[in-house]
Design a protein around this ligand. Structure first.
Ligand SMILES: NC(=O)c1ccc[n+]([C@@H]2O[C@H](COP(=O)([O-])OP(=O)(O)OC[C@H]3O[C@@H](n4cnc5c(N)ncnc54)[C@H](O)[C@@H]3O)[C@@H](O)[C@H]2O)c1
Length: 383
């Protein structure tokens, strides 16, 4: 097989997402499988060019994985003769400037969400990329999770009849960082550093709702900072200035009501860390990261409200598991493969920077809704 080498400038690979999901589980996993076959005897061979702030961390990472190219200078990375794509998994605040530089250097753009901190900036990046004629994409990994792929299969089969409502539960307890270290970076809990639940999760909810059920038409959000003091990576106390929980209600096209609770201050009493219950006239489903359970209308029990009697049936057992019927790859990797093919062959790719900007739009409107205490329309977005 001949190799079509595609250099990817990867920024933020020392971070949680950049390292685990994007470098190891996606780009290096594609190399481990022998590249990405194009069906014509050639494979796309992604070649990471690591860029970041810390020389010793980059060198250690490159050595660990046998990678040749790394630098602390973004300009140098973008000028590398192999560089075709710029990928960004930095902290959100650092993203806009780096993507602008990469577009100006004529590179294709692939980025983590949120694509920018403000809607204006996100739309401007989408416009710049379009005008420069470069391929562009934003990570929408949840769409490629096994549980949500099964949910999509159910929707496409007509299983639900008319979909009435969606209720999502996302979250888990993120330790404060004093007596047990926090399992997420501290910047997530500081508004001044680009943190906050709405900015983090509403971009995901936007593409999940738009992509599976119907375009989001309005948002009402209530936010809270349940844990006001946390401890950072050095064990120093800091004020949590960002929202650590968001309770959102969304109206979708087709009259569907969606309600999603997102919280880093909740203890898990669910099967998975995110679950969406979808109720339709013909049946219901509960989808998580991996699994999806269904209950058809013909199998729906008839509970009768009577607090004087003990519960006589196990409601959880009245659902059936949707079979895998196939192998599911890592969601981030699936999207990387689609983007790489798009860059090399010009194949269809719908999750671009404009779609990413829609996520930022919902986050911005969600924060405003919470501030003003009212429901806001979500207007169509154009560039
Ligand atoms: N798709 C998803 O499911 C998902 C999940 C979590 C985070 N994210 C997104 O990925 C991005 C990175 O999140 P993370 O959790 O990996 O964060 P992280 O703190 O673990 O990593 C951040 C990376 O950015 C780099 N960086 C560049 N400039 C920096 C600065 N000024 N201060 C601090 N770090 C700087 C760090 O060196 C590091 O490599 C965020 O934009 C976040 O919204 C996406």
């Amino acid at each position: 097989m001949s190799r079509n080498v595609v250099g990817i400038v990867m920024n933020g690979v020392t971070g949680r997402m950049g390292y685990r999901q994007h470098l190891v589980r996606s780009v290096l996993a594609i190399r481990e499988q022998g590249g990405l076959p194009l069906g014509d005897g050639t494979v796309i061979w992604p070649e990471p060019i690591l860029v970041g702030r810390s020389e010793h961390k980059l060198k250690e990472l490159a050595d660990r994985h046998g990678l040749e190219h790394w630098t602390t200078d973004l300009g140098e990375a973008l000028a590398h003769p192999l560089a075709q794509i710029y990928f960004d998994a930095q902290v959100t605040q650092a993203r806009e400037k780096a993507i602008r530089t990469a577009i100006e250097a004529g590179k294709h753009i692939y980025t983590e969400k949120p694509t920018a901190e403000s809607l204006d900036a996100a739309v401007e990046l989408a416009r710049m990329a379009r005008e420069a004629g470069v391929c562009n994409g934003a990570v929408q990994d949840k769409l490629f999770l096994p549980g949500l792929l099964k949910l999509k299969r159910l929707i496409d089969s007509g299983f639900f009849g008319q979909i009435l409502s969606v209720r999502g539960e996302f979250g888990y307890w993120v330790f404060e960082g004093d007596w047990q270290t926090a399992q997420r970076p501290s910047w997530n809990y500081r508004a001044e550093d680009g943190g906050g639940m709405i900015l983090d999760m509403f971009p995901h909810w936007r593409y999940v709702l738009d992509g599976l059920f119907g375009e989001v038409r309005s948002v009402y959000a209530h936010t809270a900072t349940h844990v006001p003091e946390r401890f950072d990576e050095q064990g120093r106390s800091y004020a949590a200035t960002a929202d650590d929980a968001a309770y959102g209600v969304f109206e979708l096209d087709g009259g569907i009501t969606a309600q999603i609770n997102s919280s880093w201050a909740v203890r898990v009493d669910r099967d998975e860390l995110v679950e969406f219950q979808v109720d339709g006239t013909e049946g219901s489903a509960v989808a998580g990261l991996r699994n999806c359970r269904v209950q058809h209308r013909s199998l729906t029990p008839k509970p009768v409200w009577n607090p004087d009697l003990p519960v006589t049936e196990s409601f959880r057992d009245q659902w059936q598991l949707v079979p895998d019927n196939g192998e599911f790859d890592n969601g981030f990797k699936i999207q990387w493969e689609l983007f790489l093919k798009h860059v090399v062959t010009g194949s269809e790719y719908q999750w671009d920077l404009l779609e990413g900007a829609k996520g930022v739009q919902l986050a911005e409107l969600g924060l405003r809704s919470a501030r003003e205490g009212r429901r806001l329309d979500v207007p169509a977005l154009e560039i």
